[in-house]
Design a protein around this ligand. Structure first.
Ligand code: ADP
Length: 748
C-alpha cells in the first residue's frame, strides 16, 4: 500500500479531528503517502485540489478543536452512480489505494455501495478510455476502512461512536443549567435533543440528570393515553416538592403507533392538562459543537491508529471494515454486518416492533431504560404484598470522587422502589463508628445526581483495632443486613478487613459490596472507576488553557497530575492533549531519560517548535520531582526556551460529575442493589466489588481482591491501559524527518 486518503463525511462530530490526526500520523509513520479528501464525498466527486497530500504538521494543534479541519459535506451526487463513477476516477487518477472514511451510517452506506460497485465502475472507466486496463488492474480492489463519527451513537459495531460522549457533555451541561432556572421559577421544561432513530442521547442524558420523563423512538410510552400518565407523574412530583419538571425528548420520539411526539405537542399537553408554564428548549447544533471530550479524543486516536493497521490487511480489500470500541478493546467488524444491524433498528421502529428495536440496541441500553423509568418516578412503587423489606446501608470511604452522589441517589431510589429501608452512613467509617446513621427517603436524594463532592461525607479513615467493636455494635443496632461502600482503596481495604473478621463479629456476616469511586482509577476488579472520567476532563480542559497561554513564547510546560502511583490520568490526559512526554511511576524515570528528553526539546526548539508539553504523574519519581525537572530543563534549555510547572492539584477532584461518571455510577448502583438483595439471607453471603471489565459489569469476590492488587503501590497488578502507550507516544512525536536519531527512543 503506497497511498491512502482520509475523509470526513456527513454530520460533523467532535473528535473527527483527532481521528484525522491519528490516521495521518500513523500512516506517515509507516511510510504511507497520505492524502486528505476535503469536504467529504463532495471532494471525492470534485477531485482537483480537493484531493491533496496532508502532512504531519498540518494535523498539529487540532486535537482540541470541534468540527473537522478537512471539512465535511452532504453530497447528493455521490448518491447517484454517475457521481460515484467520477469519484472512482478521481481516486484512481490520484493513485489512491486505500480509503479511510470517518462518518455516520449514511457515509458508511456510501462506502459500502462504492465498494460493491467498484469493479463495474472501473470497467466503465476503461471502456470509455478514461483509464487504461493496467491502472484498472492495479486498483482492482481498494481497501476501505470506516470509523463511526456520529453524535447519535446510532451505529452497530462500536459501543460508542466518535462524538457521542461530547454531545452528552453538551446536553448534560444544558440540562443542569436549565434545571437550576426551572427550579427557581417552578417551571416545566421540554428539552429536545438530537436522535432521529436513536434515543441514546435522550436516554443517557435523562439518566445522568434530574430529568423527570424521557421519550425515545425505540421505547414509546406503553399506553395510548400516555399524555395523562405523563401529566399525573409530573403533578405528583410537584406534590412531593419537586421544584422543576424536566421532560427530555429525542427528536425522533413517537407513540406506539408511530405518530411523532414533538416537543411542541408535549408543551401543549402540559399547558392544557396541568396549567403549567412550559418552555421548550431545542438544543440543536450546540450538541455538535465545542471541544471534544477526553474520551472522544482518545477514542479517535486509538481508532485512527487501528484504521491504518487495518487498511494494510487483506481483509480490508475484500470487505470494508469498521473500527470501533467494545469494552476497552478496539475492534474491527465487517461493514455490511454493522449496516445490517443498524438498519434493523430503523426498520423495527418503522414497523412499530419496539421489542425488537430495544433488543437490537443491546442489553445495557435496555437496562438503562429500566433504571431511568424508576429513577424519574415522583414516588416509589407501592409496596407489594409479601415483598421483602431489607435494611441496606450506604456509605463512602476514601477521597471524594465526582459521581459518588449520583451513585447514592441511584442506590437509594432503586432500593426504596424495591421496598427496602435505605440508611445513609455519614462521614465514612468515622460515621459508622460514631453512629452517624439515618434513614434516607426518596426526596432526600433529589438533586444528588448532578452534584460533585459527596453529600454523605467521605474521608480516608480506615478502621482498625477497637473500631471494629463499634462498627459491629452499630450494624446490629440498626439491624443492617447489607452494606454498600462507594469509594476508593480505603473502602476496599476496610471491606476486606471486615470480611476477614466475620468469625469474631457476627454482625459482619452480611453481604458487603464495594463500588469503585476514585479519580485515581487505581483499584482492582474494574477497568474504570467512578470519578476518573471527570478528573480526566478537568485535566484536559486545564491543559488546553495552559497550551493556549503559551502561544506567544517558546516554552515547555511540565504539568503534574494526580493518580497516586497509578499513571492512568497522566497517560490518558497526555494522549488527549498531545503531550510529547509522559512520566508515570509504572515506567519509572531515569537520568538517561531526562538527558534524552532535554536533547529532544533542544532539537525541537532549534527547529522552530514553540511549545513543549510534558505530563508527569505526581508519584512518577520521588527524587526527580516536578520542580527538579523544571530546574533541569530550564538550565539546559538556555536561551532556547523557558520552563514552567503547573501542579493541577485539587481542581482534578472537583466539579460536577461527567456524563460518563454519572452513567457508570447509576448502572453500577443498580447491579449492587441487585446483588445485595440476592445475597441477604443466604447462608454464606458473598461479599464482592463491582467493576466494569471489558464491556461488562462484573463482580469480583472480595477474597480475590488482595491477589489482584500491588499492595506496595496501591494499584492493580495488571493495568489494561498500559497497552495504549505506543499509540500515545507515536502521535506526539515530531514528523519522521525531524526526529532525533532512533525512531523511538523511549523504553516500552
Ligand atoms: P451521516 O454520514 O452523518 O449519516 P448522511 O446520511 O447525510 O450523514 O450521509 C452523508 C453522505 O454520505 C451523503 O451526503 C451522501 O453523499 C453519502 N451517502 C449517504 N447515503 C448514501 C447512499 N445510500 N448511497 C450513496 N451515498 C450515500
Amino acid at each position: 500500500m503506497k497511498r491512502i486518503a482520509v475523509l470526513t463525511s456527513g454530520g460533523d462530530a467532535q473528535g473527527m479531528n483527532a481521528a484525522v490526526r491519528s490516521v495521518v500520523r500513523n500512516a506517515l509513520d509507516k511510510g504511507i503517502e497520505t492524502y486528505a479528501i476535503y469536504e467529504g464525498y463532495q471532494g471525492m466527486v470534485d477531485g482537483g485540489n480537493s484531493i491533496r497530500p496532508i502532512g504531519w504538521n498540518e494535523v498539529g494543534g487540532i486535537l482540541q478543536q470541534g468540527g473537522t479541519v478537512i471539512g465535511s459535506a452532504r453530497c447528493q451526487r455521490f448518491r447517484e452512480r454517475d457521481g460515484r463513477l467520477q469519484a472512482a476516477y478521481n481516486l484512481v487518477s490520484n493513485g489512491i489505494e486505500g480509503l479511510i472514511i470517518i462518518g455516520g451510517d449514511g457515509s458508511l452506506t456510501g462506502a459500502h455501495i462504492l465498494q460493491k460497485e467498484w469493479a463495474e465502475l472501473l470497467q466503465e472507466l476503461v471502456a470509455t478510455g478514461k483509464i487504461d486496463a493496467e491502472t484498472a488492474v492495479h486498483h482492482e480492489t481498494p481497501a476501505i476502512v470506516g470509523m463511526v463519527g456520529s453524535i447519535d451513537n446510532d451505529m452497530h459495531g462500536t459501543d460508542m461512536t466518535i462524538g457521542a460522549d461530547t454531545a452528552l457533555h453538551r446536553i448534560v451541561d444544558a440540562i443542569d443549567a436549565i434545571t437550576s432556572t426551572a427550579a427557581s421559577h417552578q417551571r416545566t421544561f421540554v428539552i429536545e435533543v438530537m436522535g432521529r432513530r436513536c434515543g441514546y442521547l435522550a436516554l443517557m442524558s435523562a439518566l445522568a440528570t434530574g430529568a423527570d420523563w424521557v421519550l425515545i423512538p425505540e421505547a414509546p410510552p406503553d399506553v395510548d393515553d400516555w399524555e395523562s400518565k405523563l401529566c399525573e407523574s409530573l403533578h405528583q412530583g410537584r406534590e412531593v416538592g419537586r421544584r422543576d419538571s424536566i421532560v427530555v425528548v429525542a427528536e425522533g420520539a413517537q407513540d406506539r403507533h408511530g405518530n411523532p411526539i414533538t416537543s411542541q405537542y408535549i408543551k401543549q399537553v402540559l399547558e392544557e392538562q396541568l396549567g403549567e408554564d412550559t418552555r421548550i428548549t431545542v438544543l440543536g447544533h450546540v450538541q455538535r459543537g465545542g471541544s471534544p471530550s477526553a474520551f472522544d479524543r482518545n477514542l479517535s486516536s486509538l481508532c485512527g491508529a487501528d484504521a491504518v493497521d487495518a487498511i494494510l490487511t487483506q481483509e480490508a480489500h475484500v470487505e470494508p471494515l469498521v473500527i470501533g470500541i467494545q469494552g476497552n478493546k478496539i475492534t474491527r467488524t465487517p461493514l455490511s454486518h454493522c449496516l445490517q444491524k443498524t438498519w434493523g433498528v430503523a426498520e423495527a421502529i418503522k414497523a412499530n416492533d419496539y421489542e425488537q428495536a430495544m433488543a437490537l440496541r443491546g442489553r445495557s441500553f435496555a437496562e438503562s431504560f429500566r433504571i431511568v423509568r424508576t429513577l424519574v418516578r415522583a414516588v416509589p412503587h407501592p409496596a407489594q404484598p409479601g415483598q421483602r423489606r431489607l435494611r441496606i446501608a450506604v456509605m463512602h470511604a476514601g477521597g471524594p470522587a465526582p459521581g459518588m452522589n449520583t451513585a447514592v441517589r441511584a442506590a437509594v431510589r432503586l432500593g426504596i422502589d424495591n421496598g427496602h429501608i435505605m440508611l445513609g452512613i455519614q462521614n465514612g467509617f468515622h460515621g459508622l463508628i460514631e453512629d452517624e446513621i439515618r434513614e434516607l427517603n426518596w426526596m432526600s436524594v433529589a438533586g444528588y445526581s448532578i452534584r460533585g463532592g459527596a453529600e454523605l461525607g467521605t474521608n480516608r479513615y480506615s478502621p482498625s483495632g477497637r473500631d471494629f467493636y463499634a462498627i459491629a455494635r452499630n450494624l446490629e443496632k440498626h439491624d443492617i443486613q447489607g452494606l454498600l461502600i462507594i469509594g476508593g482503596w480505603t473502602g476496599y481495604h476496610a471491606a476486606i478487613d471486615m470480611y476477614r473478621q466475620r468469625e469474631h463479629f457476627p454482625a459482619f456476616d452480611i453481604p458487603i459490596v464495594v463500588m469503585p469511586a476514585t479519580i485515581n482509577n487505581n483499584v482492582p476488579g474494574t477497568d474504570l472507576c467512578i470519578g476518573a472520567d471527570t478528573a480526566l476532563n478537568n485535566i484536559v480542559q486545564a491543559v488546553d488553557k495552559i497550551k493556549q497561554s503559551a502561544v506567544a513564547s517558546r516554552r515547555t510546560f511540565i504539568v503534574e497530575v494526580m493518580g497516586r502511583y497509578c499513571g492512568y490520568l497522566a497517560l490518558m490526559s497526555a494522549m488527549a492533549t498531545g503531550a510529547e512526554r509522559v512520566y508515570i511511576h509504572e515506567e519509572g524515570v531515569t537520568l538517561k531519560d531526562l538527558v534524552e528528553d532535554v536533547d529532544q526539546l533542544n532539537t525541537g526548539f532549534k527547529r522552530g517548535k514553540r511549545l513543549g508539553l510534558i505530563i508527569r504523574n505526581e508519584m512518577a519519581n520521588e527524587i526527580y520531582s516536578t520542580s527538579f525537572m523544571n530546574a533541569l530543563f530550564e538550565e539546559e534549555g538556555g536561551d532556547l526556551f523557558d520552563v514552567r510547572q503547573a501542579i493541577l492539584g485539587h481542581m482534578q477532584q472537583g466539579g460536577d460529575p461527567s456524563p460518563f461518571d454519572r452513567i457508570l455510577a447509576t448502572r453500577m448502583a443498580a447491579r449492587c442493589i441487585n446483588l445485595l438483595e440476592e445475597q441477604i439471607g443466604t447462608g454464606e453471603p458473598m461479599s464482592a466489588c463491582i467493576g466494569q471489565v471489558g464491556g461488562d459489569m462484573r463482580f469480583t469476590d472480595l477474597q480475590d481482591i488482595p491477589r489482584l492488587m500491588d499492595a506496595q503501590f496501591t494499584r492493580p497488578k495488571t493495568q489494561w491501559w498500559m497497552d495504549l502507550r505506543p499509540v500515545a507516544k507515536l502521535l506526539a512525536q515530531p514528523a519522521p524527518g525531524a526526529r532525533n536519531g532512533k525512531k523511538s527512543r523511549r523504553k516500552e
